[in-house]
Design a protein around this ligand. Structure first.
Ligand code: ZN
Ligand code: ZN
Length: 357
C-alpha cells in the first residue's frame, strides 16, 4: 500500500441508518485529480436539510452518510490544472460538488439548476463512489465548486453563508432587488430567515419580520436589526402593512395560506418561496392578477453568486449568529436544531474536534 493511499484514509461522522445518529466512520477520499482541490476541513455549519437527510425524511438517503454542506477548509494540495487556489488558502464548499457542464443552466452559470448536479453528500460522484460531506477531516472537491473565503473573514462566520447566506442572496440578486430603499418581509426566522434579515438590511432595505408568535420579537428587532415585527394573526397590523412590500422571502417549511401574504405586496411585488413544502399551496387568481404579483421560488445559489455574496458580506462586515460546537456534541446539536433551540446556526469546529486522534 502506497503512502498516498494511506493519506487519503479519513475520519468523518456518519449516520448509519434513519435514526440519524452520527458516529465516527473511516473512509477513503479519491486521489486528487488535475481539477481537484484537497482540503482539510476547519469547520462546517449545520443546516436543517442535514436533519432531513440523515433521518431519510425524503426517502432517498443512503448510508453510511457523512453530512455537512457549509464547509470551510484549508487547501492541502491542488491538481495540476488548478490555478485559482493553492496550498494554505482558506476556501469554502457548499451544497453541490458537480454538474454536467453543458446544459442551459450550466452554460448560464446557474449550475444549481442543472438536472445532473451532484450533491455534496448523499449522492454518487462521477467515479461511482458516494459523496461525503464536511463533517470529516478532509474532502476532495472539483475546483469549480470551491470558493475563496475573503481575507479576514473568520471561518466559522463564513460557514453559514455557504448555504443559508447564498440562498437569500441569490433571489434578491436575480430579481433585481439588490438595491437600497426597498421594503421587504421575511417569513420565518430560522437559519435562512435570520440570514435574510441581515443580508437584506445590508442591502439597505426596510425589513419586517412576520412570525406566528411574539417569541422572536426582541431577537428580530434588537439583535438582527429588523425594522418591524408583525404577528401574522394580528389582523389590524397586517392590514396596516397591506400593499406595502416589494418582496417577501417565505422560509416557512410547512403548509400555510398564501393569501394573507400576497395582500401585503405592492404592484409587481414578489413572494419568493424557499421552504420545501410537499402539500399543494392555494390562492385565488385575483390575488396575483390585481397587482401583477408573482409567486416564485429560488434554490441555493450559483458558485458565481456565492463568491459575490461572500465579498458583499465582507464589505458590509456582516456576521452570522452562530453557536460553535465540537463534533462529539453533534447529536445533541441536531436534536436542538430540530426543536429550533438554537440562535440560528450551529457550526462544528471540525479541526478542533481532532476526529482522527
Ligand atoms: Zn443547507
Ligand atoms: Zn448541467
Amino acid at each position: 500500500m502506497g503512502s498516498l493511499e494511506m493519506e487519503k484514509k479519513i475520519v468523518g461522522w456518519a449516520a448509519r441508518d434513519a435514526s440519524g445518529v452520527l458516529s465516527p466512520y473511516t473512509y477513503s477520499l479519491r486521489e486528487t485529480g488535475p481539477e481537484d482541490v484537497h482540503l482539510k476541513v476547519m469547520c462546517c455549519g449545520v443546516c436543517h436539510t442535514d436533519i432531513h437527510q440523515i433521518k431519510n425524511d425524503l426517502g432517498m438517503s443512503k448510508y453510511p452518510m457523512v453530512p455537512g454542506h457549509e464547509v470551510v477548509g484549508e487547501v492541502i494540495e491542488v491538481g495540476s490544472g488548478v490555478t485559482k487556489f493553492r496550498a494554505g488558502d482558506v476556501i469554502g464548499v457548499g451544497c453541490i460538488v458537480g454538474c454536467c457542464g453543458n446544459c442551459r443552466p450550466c452554460n448560464a452559470d446557474i449550475e444549481q439548476y442543472c438536472n445532473k448536479k451532484i450533491w455534496s453528500y448523499n449522492d454518487v460522484y462521477t467515479d461511482g463512489n458516494p459523496t461525503q460531506g464536511g463533517f470529516a477531516t478532509a474532502m476532495v472537491v472539483h475546483q469549480k465548486f470551491v470558493v475563496k473565503i475573503p481575507d479576514g473573514m473568520a471561518p466559522e462566520q463564513a460557514a453559514p453563508l455557504l448555504c443559508a447566506g447564498v440562498t437569500v442572496y441569490s433571489p434578491l440578486n436575480h430579481f433585481g432587488l439588490k438595491k437600497s430603499g426597498l421594503r421587504g418581509a421575511i417569513l420565518g426566522l430560522g437559519g435562512v430567515g435570520h440570514m435574510g434579515v441581515k443580508i437584506a438590511k445590508a442591502m439597505g432595505h426596510h425589513i419586517t419580520v412576520i412570525s406566528s408568535s411574539n417569541k422572536k420579537r426582541d431577537e428580530a428587532l434588537d439583535h438582527l436589526g429588523a425594522d418591524e415585527y408583525v404577528v401574522s394573526s394580528d389582523a389590524d397590523k397586517m392590514q396596516e402593512i397591506a400593499d406595502s412590500l416589494d418582496y417577501i422571502i417565505d422560509t416557512i417549511p410547512v403548509f400555510h395560506p398564501l393569501e394573507p401574504y400576497l395582500s401585503l405586496l405592492k404592484v409587481d411585488g414578489k413572494l419568493i418561496l424557499m421552504g420545501v413544502i410537499n402539500t399543494p399551496l392555494q390562492f385565488v387568481s385575483p390575488m396575483v392578477m390585481l397587482g401583477r404579483k408573482s409567486i416564485t421560488g429560488s434554490f441555493i445559489g450559483s458558485m458565481k453568486e456565492t463568491e459575490e455574496m461572500l465579498e458583499f458580506c465582507k464589505d458590509k462586515d456582516l456576521s452570522s449568529t452562530i453557536e460553535v460546537v465540537k463534533m462529539d456534541y453533534i447529536n445533541t446539536a441536531m436534536e436542538r436544531l430540530e426543536k429550533n433551540d438554537v440562535r440560528y446556526r450551529f457550526v462544528v469546529d471540525v479541526a478542533g474536534s481532532k476526529l482522527d486522534e
